[in-house]
Design a binder for this molecule. Structure first.
Ligand SMILES: *Cc1c(COP(=O)(O)O)cnc(C)c1O
Length: 469
C-alpha cells in the first residue's frame, strides 16, 4: 500500500491511497513486513504519569465553565453514567434481539420524545445530529419520490450541517437571507418557494438564539406550497416543556440526545440524533422500529422504510443516559431546565452588552451572540477567545453564525450558578479593559497555556498529515 500526497485539489493537498498490496502466494511480501515494533521500553509508573499529565490538560464540563454556543455543554449527571454501566445494559449483545428491558427502554424513550415534541413516532438509530438530518432528509426524499421535489430551502443563519446534509442527500440547497431581526424573512421565503421545493429546513431557536416568532405563518406558507417543514432540534434546550415543534407545524425533526439530554459529547464522543416524524411519515422510518404488542416488545419493519441508517439500533448507551435524565428530572423538571437556560442566557447578555456589541439586542432563548465590531485597537474575536484560555475558560463558539461580524456565541446552560456566570462576565469585562490599555497582551494570547498561539493559516494551507517518528 502506498500513500500519495501530491495530488492538489483546490490548492490543498489531498491524500490518495493506492490500495494494491503486494502479496506473494497470498502472503504479504517479505520486504513489506515489519521486523521490529520499535516501541520504547517504559515502566508502568512512567506510562501512568504520562497519561495522567495529559488528562489534566483536558478541559471538560467537569472542571470548568464551557459556554460553547450551539453545543449545549451542560453538566452531565453522574447517575446517567451509572445507569448506562449497569451490566444488564452494557454487557448486552446487540444480537440478543429479545431483551425486553432494553426494548422497553428504547420504546419508552421514543414515547417520551413524542410527548416532548408533539410528533407521532421516532427512530433512535442516527448516531449524531448531522446523521439525524441526513436520515430525516432521506425520509423526505423517499416521501416525494417521483415528484421532482429537488430543493431544500434554509436560512443563512442555519447550522453548517443543514446545507451539508441536504447536499449529501442529493438535494440542491437554496439559502435565503435572514431579515434585520435575524429571523426568517417571510417575503424572501415566499420568493424562493416553488413546486420543486421538498422542504424548508429551520433551526429553532435559530443559531442567533432567537425564536422564529412567525413559525405558524412560516409553516402555513411552506405547507401551502406542498413542501414539508424540517426542524433542526439541536436547540431543544430552549423549548422543553414549553413549546412543541409538532404543534408548530414541524413534519420531521431530529433531536441531539447528547446535548439536550445530557451525554458527555466533547471531542466527538458517542452521540444520538433521533428523528421524529408526523403520522403520515411513520411508514418511512428506518428499520427496524420497536413496537409493543400484547405486552411484549419486539422489532417491526416499516412498510416504506428508507432502510437501515446505523449498525444495529444506534448508540444504546446514549439512549440509557437520555432515558435516565428524562425520568430523573420529570416533566415539570424539563420545563425548569428550559426556563433556567433561557434566564441564564438573558442574564449574561444583559451583563455583557455594555462592553460588547450584541448581534441582536432583544430577548434571546438559550444563547446569544456578541460581535467584535466595537473592540478597540484592532482586537478581534479570535484574540478574545485565546485570552479566555489564559483565564482558564473554554472559549465560546466563535465566527459562527457567519452572518455576524466576529461572532462570539455564548450558551451558559441551566446548570451554571450565578457565581460561575458572574466570574466569567468579570473576566470578559477585564479582557475588554485590556484591549483598551494593553492590546498586545490580548493579541499575543494565549500566554499561559502549554501550547502558545498556533498558526491557524499555516495549519490549514500546509497540513502535515503524516506522523513521522
Ligand atoms: C450540534 C448541532 C448540529 C450537529 O449535531 P452533531 O451531533 O454535532 O452532528 C446541528 N445543528 C445544530 C443547530 C447544532 O447545534
Amino acid at each position: 500500500m502506498k500513500l500519495i500526497f501530491e495530488k492538489s485539489v483546490a490548492g490543498r493537498k489531498a491524500i490518495e491511497f493506492d490500495t494494491e498490496v503486494p502479496l506473494v502466494n497470498g502472503i504479504l511480501d517479505e520486504g513489506m513486513r515489519r521486523t521490529k515494533l520499535g516501541l520504547p521500553e517504559v515502566s508502568e509508573i512512567d506510562v501512568i504519569r504520562h497519561y495522567t499529565a495529559l488528562s489534566r490538560r483536558n478541559f471538560c464540563v467537569d472542571n470548568g465553565f464551557y459556554p460553547l454556543g450551539s453545543c449545549t455543554m451542560k453538566y452531565n449527571p453522574k447517575i446517567n453514567e451509572d445507569m448506562s454501566r449497569l451490566s444488564g445494559f452494557n454487557m448486552l449483545h446487540p444480537l440478543n434481539l429479545d431483551n425486553q428491558g432494553a426494548l422497553q427502554l428504547m420504546h419508552e424513550l421514543s414515547s417520551d420524545l413524542c410527548e416532548i415534541t408533539g410528533l407521532s413516532a421516532f427512530t433512535l438509530q442516527p448516531a449524531a445530529g448531522a446523521h439525524g438530518e441526513l436520515t430525516g432528509l432521506m425520509i423526505i426524499r423517499k416521501y416525494f419520490s417521483g415528484k421532482n421535489r429537488t430543493k431544500i430551502v434554509t436560512p443563512d443563519s442555519s447550522h453548517g450541517t443543514n446545507p451539508a446534509s441536504a447536499t449529501m442527500c442529493g438535494f440542491t440547497t437554496v439559502t435565503i437571507k435572514s431579515n434585520s431581526h435575524g429571523l426568517v424573512d417571510l417575503e424572501e421565503l415566499k420568493a424562493n418557494l416553488d413546486p420543486s421545493v421538498a422542504a424548508v429546513m429551520l433551526t429553532i431557536p435559530n443559531t442567533l438564539g432567537l425564536f422564529e416568532k412567525d413559525i405558524l405563518e412560516i409553516s402555513k406558507i411552506v405547507h401551502d406550497n406542498g413542501s414539508l417543514l424540517y426542524m433542526d432540534g439541536a436547540n431543544m434546550n430552549a423549548l422543553l416543556g414549553i413549546a412543541r415543534p409538532g404543534d408548530m407545524g414541524v413534519d420531521v425533526m431530529h433531536i441531539n440526545l447528547h446535548k439536550t439530554f445530557a451525554t458527555p459529547h466533547g471531542c466527538g464522543g458517542p452521540g444520538a440524533g433521533p428523528v421524529g416524524v408526523k403520522e403520515f411519515l411513520k411508514d418511512y422510518l428506518p428499520n427496524p422500529g420497536i413496537d409493543l404488542d400484547g405486552g411484549v416488545y419486539g422489532f417491526i419493519d416499516h412498510p416504506k422504510s428508507i432502510g437501515k441508517v446505523r449498525a444495529f439500533y444506534g448508540n444504546f448507551g446514549v439512549m440509557v443516559k437520555a432515558y435516565t435524565y428524562i425520568k430523573s428530572i420529570g416533566g415539570s423538571g424539563l420545563r425548569e431546565v428550559t426556563e433556567n437556560a433561557v434566564l441564564n442566557a438573558n442574564y449574561m447578555k444583559e451583563m455583557l452588552k455594555k462592553d460588547f456589541d450584541l448581534a441582536h439586542d432583544t430577548v434571546c432563548k438559550h444563547e446569544f451572540v456578541l460581535s467584535d465590531t466595537g473592540m478597540p485597537n484592532g482586537v478581534t474575536t479570535n484574540d478574545i477567545a485565546k485570552r479566555l484560555l489564559d483565564y482558564g475558560y473554554h472559549p465560546p463558539t466563535i465566527y459562527f453564525p457567519l452572518i455576524v461580524h466576529g461572532a462570539i456565541m455564548i450558551e451558559p446552560n441551566e446548570t451554571e450558578s450565578k457565581d460561575t456566570m458572574d466570574e466569567f462576565i468579570s473576566v470578559m469585562k477585564k479582557i475588554k479593559q485590556e484591549a483598551v490599555s494593553d492590546p498586545d497582551l490580548v493579541k499575543s494570547a494565549p500566554n499561559t497555556t502549554v501550547v502558545k498561539k498556533l498558526d491557524a493559516v499555516k495549519a490549514a494551507r500546509e497540513p502535515v498529515l503524516k506522523f513521522v517518528l
